[in-house]
Ligand binder design. Structure first.
Ligand code: ATP
Ligand code: MG
Length: 547
């Protein structure tokens, strides 16, 4: 693991810091499902701990009771486990520390480093100043320690209405860093908390709770995204003010968040209303990617390859798809399926005869299955063209093509309905051209996939495209509702797949020859097969890379 955070860790160890070992944490707020950006943070935090022989905690940052829910607590754990990481017995909640956090706030107040302010939220904002103007001190800033302790205790006891008072750190209203201008650390909120119920009427602010939760858990490296860089001075001020030793106390290190082309990775913006749910296979959520058929290995590989940077940049989603494709290429069995069927009658194959032809399951392995071949088959409608250009090497009137694992066929007759639509083809096989047979080497330019009409199973196939359309650089427009791709889901009800998949349940990968990688959806039942297309076969990453 070579990245600048690892370098910082090694420097710290060299300086004699953190002699008890490296301890990281992944700190999600349980206010939504994890997405691909969180996957990067999960891989990084657990990865750094593993690499350094340390440990990583799971901590729910649940200081915002109105937005949080146990549904999210459950889904987050499921997703991290699925990604392949283990917090063992170290699952914590910031709310576990409400008592201790309150004590720390009292201690700050006692040291004259926090005060109760009666200004309204709006006044606090006005007094805060701007990037170019210093802030103004609140008229309540110089209350005595006794008065502050008394008022803070009464805030906790419920004597004051919501929003009427806050506790603020007493730092510097003229600081060039606005987050150091006496940040609010406690607010009054009569909100029901999913874990502490109605025990608390005051709640700590994130910037106060986070560093202290890190310190309470003996975290050494608190890794977070760049937008918290301005908050680092407060992180350090707080731990300094409360006397935590620099040699052992946590330090914050920021890295660039993952932004992907075609993708929104903000929980606040994820388009819940426009898809079937958080686990819709078009969503960049971990549960959506899982349902679609992405593997944990491919997501971990992706997170490794994008690395860790100090400045934000946009990663091409083609790289993620490349990682998925590479992994599925290894693990997925090959089968034949026809999405848009065109019937063929092979006029020189005996009616009722079934020939079972051996077909390899994977090009890198020796195992085979047997595919039934009969007089009536289906091919992909696109694989036939009546007025074909010269370079069309699939089936055309009078032309020849090889049926994968089977024979070379020749198109003898095109049958049409009254409107002139092609309804079926009559073809003949060359019986000497059987795949693997003595004369199978006879060359024709094209090979196509097919299924036996009497044996194929009906399946529902869901084809996905990006949920959002972007400009040529992969940037999303401001108004992402307008950017919704109307063709992001195409459902094919009457696809046909070879009978070998008959007893396949949800959660299995296949490569449909020539069509892409597919995954059986949880909607699959014994009599209704549902496949999600994970990714197509064409890799656009190589192209991007070589440009
Ligand atoms: P919201 O989108 O609602 O602001 P969030 O994405 O910041 O939420 P958190 O639950 O606070 O969600 O995130 C948990 C951890 O994941 C944090 O440490 C955060 O820095 C990290 N994280 C969140 N989004 C990304 C991203 N796009 N890339 C890398 N890390 C991320
Ligand atoms: Mg956040």
């Amino acid at each position: 693991m070579v990245n600048f955070i690892q370098q910082e860790i090694e420097n710290d160890l060299k300086e004699g810091k953190y002699s008890d070992g490296i301890h990281t944490r992944f700190p999600p707020e349980p206010n939504g499902y994890l997405h691909v950006g969180h996957a990067k943070s999960v891989c990084l935090n657990f990865g750094l701990a593993n690499y350094n022989g340390g440990v990583c905690n799971l901590r729910f940052d649940d200081t915002n009771p109105t937005k949080e829910d146990v549904e999210y607590v459950d889904s987050i754990q499921e997703d991290i486990k699925w990604l392949g990481f283990d917090w063992e017995d170290r699952k914590f909640y910031a709310s576990d520390y409400f008592g201790k956090l309150y004590e720390y706030a009292v201690e700050l107040t006692r040291r004259g480093l926090a005060y109760v302010d009666d200004l309204s939220a709006e006044e606090i904002r006005e007094y805060r100043g701007t990037l170019t103007e210093p802030g103004k001190e609140s008229p309540y800033r110089n209350r005595s320690v006794e008065e502050n302790l008394n008022l803070f205790e009464r805030m906790k006891a419920g004597e004051f209405p919501d929003g009427s008072k806050v506790l603020r750190a007493k730092i510097d209203m003229a600081s060039p860093n606005i987050t150091m201008r006496d940040p609010v650390i406690y607010r009054i909120a009569r909100a029901h908390h999913h874990r502490t119920g109605d025990d608390w009427l005051i709640y700590p602010m994130y910037d106060f709770a986070h560093p202290l939760s890190d310190a309470i858990e003996n975290i050494t490296h608190s890794v977070c995204t760049l937008e918290f860089e301005d908050h680092r001075p407060f992180y350090d001020w707080l731990l300094d003010s409360l006397g935590f030793d620099v040699k052992t106390r946590p330090r914050q290190i920021e890295f660039a968040r993952l932004d992907l082309t075609n993708t929104i990775t903000s929980k606040r913006k994820l388009l819940k209303k426009h898809v079937r749910g958080w686990d819709d296979p078009r969503m960049p959520t971990i549960s959506g990617m899982r349902r679609r058929g992405f593997t944990p290995e491919s997501i971990r590989d992706f997170c490794e390859r994008i690395g860790v940077a100090k400045s934000n940049s946009l990663v091409d989603i083609a790289l993620l798809e490349h990682c998925v494709r590479e992994d599925l290429n290894e693990r997925a069995d090959r089968i034949m399926a026809v999405l848009n069927p065109l019937k063929i009658v092979l006029t020189n194959v005996e009616e009722g005869k079934v020939e079972y032809l051996p077909a390899e399951n994977h090009p890198k392995r020796g195992d085979k299955r047997f595919v039934p071949f009969t007089r009536e088959i289906f091919i992909e409608r696109d694989d036939f063209m009546e007025d074909a250009p010269k370079k069309f090497f699939r089936l055309k009137p009078g032309g020849e093509v090889r049926l994968k694992h089977a024979y070379i066929i020749k198109c003898e007759e095109v049958i049409k309905d009254a409107e002139g639509n092609v309804t079926e083809l009559h073809c003949t096989i060359d019986p000497t051209s059987k795949s693997g047979g003595a004369t199978a080497g006879r060359k024709v330019k094209g090979t196509i996939h097919w299924v036996s009409a009497g044996h194929a199973l009906k399946a529902e196939v869901r084809l996905y495209d990006y949920l959002l359309t972007t400009d040529e650089n992969g940037n999303l427009p401001e108004d992402f509702i307008a950017a919704l791709n109307p063709d992001s889901l195409i459902v094919i009800d009457n696809a046909l797949v070879e009978p070998s998949v008959k007893l396949t349940g949800p959660g299995k990968h296949f490569q449909f020859l020539r069509l892409g990688y597919f995954f059986t959806d949880p909607d699959t039942t014994p009599d209704h097969l549902v496949f999600n297309r994970v990714v197509g076969l064409k890799d656009t990453w190589a192209k991007v890379k070589n440009n």
